[in-house]
Design a protein around this ligand. Structure first.
Ligand code: M6R
Length: 369
């Protein structure tokens, strides 16, 4: 039920804060992560030497964000694989590989086949899924449900932030049992997670109208590039996918550092580029590098919309428009930065008079190979 909202997608974007909040419920006790769902793995989680994450589309981009966090916190190598590429290339997996599948529907055939292959080759399998009792969780050794609630619009939005939340819980759980983070460090990160729903609320409230305004003057845009770095890179990929799916506009996401290795050749006067700008507060911040990328593309005539944290004044002289997000740690910013990109794709599609909930040629769950 749309409950008064004009589209399911608009409703589901407004539920992104709640999707994170509900995925955390019952899983944090006294500042520590509590995941009884993983008890059946016993000693395995201390023994694994590698994690392979299997997913498609938006779920694969959520998985890539998870990779940045899990590697940093739990010091385990994480490979994110598109499910449909995985089992057709004789991948290296074994008993010390934990295979994590990420799927909103739990019915994506490509991911199901990849999970079955991994099981057959000795890996233990964990499903991160939003749909109770779906096929992929039933075929897996354990399941960590996301609690985003039913997602109806074909474009995945609230499930994306819930998937990242579940992967972060997994990362903090692994860091705890493997001793790579001490209790105060875990508790500080847990607090950042718990602060996310309120910050997401703020983004949902503030980004809507401004973006609807841009979308009206951008109705005829032919191509949009998205740039991000570190965990902002998968967010750029996600922003581009949403724009293709919903507004049928050519869009590409790039790692900002990759610009000079090719994509900068695409920049010509008027090219619209959306840049996810990391916070300048972190001493190791990539902020100066991303600002210099913006200068390079502006010098070639690009129009730049920056998604930057509140108080980042350094970005102002270089961007045509700035969308603000609240302050958060480097691994938590991406969850905030994605909301304006979801809104942007929805508003551009709406401005073009398109069906936002049911874009052409797409199905909500892809149950064939
Ligand atoms: O149900 P799943 O999470 O397995 O679906 C994976 C993709 O098909 C899905 O995320 C798709 O990319 C969406 N349409 C993206 O908005």
């Amino acid at each position: 039920e749309k409950g008064g909202w004009p589209t399911f997608m608009k409703k589901e974007i407004s539920e992104e804060p709640e999707a994170v909040g509900k995925t955390l419920i019952g899983r944090i006790v006294d500042g520590a992560v509590h995941l009884p769902e993983l008890e059946s793995f016993d000693g395995l989680l201390t023994d694994i030497d590698r994690i392979v994450v299997l997913a498609c589309g938006t779920a694969a981009y959520a998985s890539l964000v998870g990779k940045y966090a899990i590697e940093s916190w739990a010091r385990i190598p994480v490979d994110v694989e598109l499910s449909h590429e995985f089992h057709y290339r004789d991948p290296v997996i074994g008993e010390r590989t934990l295979v994590v599948s990420v799927s909103q529907s739990g019915e994506t055939m490509d991911t199901l086949l990849a999970v079955q292959y991994a099981k057959k080759h000795g890996a233990r399998t964990l499903s991160i899924c939003n749909t109770q009792g779906a096929t992929i969780p039933r075929e897996s050794d354990a399941v960590l449900y996301t609690h985003a609630g039913p997602e109806v619009a074909v474009a995945s939005t609230k499930a994306f932030v819930a998937q990242i939340t579940a992967l972060y819980l997994l990362g903090l759980h692994l860091a705890t049992i493997r001793g790579t983070l001490d209790a105060p460090a875990v508790s500080a990160l847990v607090e950042e997670l718990q602060n996310l729903p309120a910050k997401l609320d703020q983004v949902v409230e503030t980004s809507g109208e401004r973006i609807a305004d841009f979308a009206r003057w951008m109705g005829d845009v032919q191509s949009v590039l998205f740039l991000g770095r570190h965990a902002g890179y998968p967010i750029a990929l996600e922003g581009a996918l949403k724009l293709k799916e919903l507004a049928y506009i050519h869009a590409e996401g790039f790692a900002a550092g990759e610009l000079k290795h090719g994509p900068i050749a695409l920049i010509e006067p008027g090219q619209l580029v959306i840049v996810i700008v990391p916070s300048p507060r972190d001493p190791n911040s990539l902020h100066p590098k991303v600002i210099s990328n913006i200068q390079e593309i502006r010098a070639r005539g690009a129009r730049v919309i920056a998604v930057a944290e509140i108080g980042d004044v350094e970005v102002l002289p270089f961007a045509d428009e700035v969308i603000r997000i609240p302050l958060a740690g480097p691994l938590f910013e991406p969850l905030l930065a994605v909301v304006p990109l979801h809104v942007f794709a929805m508003e551009l599609a709406t401005a073009k008079g398109l069906d936002v909930d049911q874009p052409r040629n797409l199905a909500k769950s892809v149950t064939v190979e």
